[in-house]
Design a protein around this ligand. Structure first.
Ligand SMILES: Nc1nc2c(ncn2[C@@H]2O[C@H](COP(=O)(O)OP(=O)(O)O)[C@@H](O)[C@H]2O)c(=O)[nH]1
Ligand SMILES: [Mg+2]
Length: 184
């Protein structure tokens, strides 16, 4: 079975932990008080079966729910070690998240040493009635950008994740990634 380490990164309080809990089936629905993630939290689970290159496969996932607090920046290389997929989360209704996401892009996506094959941006509109504050800068144009709604559309969040996973697995497959290389 394929194994894939996927890191979830983005500004503090953008909803990374809530999204990870939904994706890993740790909770059935979103809710609860805010508890800052200390450094990183690793969730292990199996993906659903997905159609990849005409085969029905699933994948063992290590989801790294990373703190967005800049004080953990020295640990970003650890978060990224053998990471093949990355989900960048931000809240588009926040006045500062879009700008802050630039930093994550520059230090994580746009570094030559990383092993990232696939990256997606999840826009988590925490306050539905609030208008979108700032658009992402043009450097994000090449990345897939999806709006997620963990309050009212859990199915949609999961299918966005599955679509990202299919793209990631196709890339790993096409580059004939040795399955053992994904085990760490
Ligand atoms: N109303 C609402 N609250 C959210 C949403 N997503 C996250 N939150 C809340 O925002 C706070 C921060 O979320 P969390 O997932 O811990 O963010 P993280 O710091 O990025 O891991 C928590 O109190 C969550 O319950 C959302 O879509 N709607
Ligand atoms: Mg968190």
């Amino acid at each position: 079975m394929f194994k894939a380490k996927i890191a979830v990164l983005g500004p503090v309080k953008s909803g990374k932990t809530s999204i990870c809990n939904i994706l890993s089936n740790a909770v059935e629905r979103y809710g609860g008080d805010y508890r800052p993630t200390k450094g990183v939290r690793i969730l292990e689970f199996e993906s659903s079966y997905l159609q990849v290159n005409e085969k029905n496969i699933n994948c063992e996932i290590e989801l790294w729910d990373c703190s967005g607090d800049q004080k953990y920046k020295p640990f970003w290389p650890v978060f990224l070690h053998k990471t093949v997929g990355c989900i960048l989360v931000y809240d588009p209704t926040s006045a500062t998240d879009a700008k802050e996401l630039d930093l994550f892009y520059d230090c994580i996506v746009d570094t030559p040493t990383n092993e990232l094959q696939s990256c997606v941006v999840f826009a988590n509109n925490k306050e539905k009635n609030k208008r979108v504050e700032k658009k992402l800068s043009s450097k994000f144009d090449e990345l897939e950008h999806v709006i997620v709604d963990i309050e009212d559309d859990i199915k949609g969040v999961k299918s966005s994740f599955d679509a990202f996973l299919v793209d990631l697995l196709k890339k790993l497959w096409d580059m004939q990634y040795e399955r053992d290389d994904l085990i760490h």
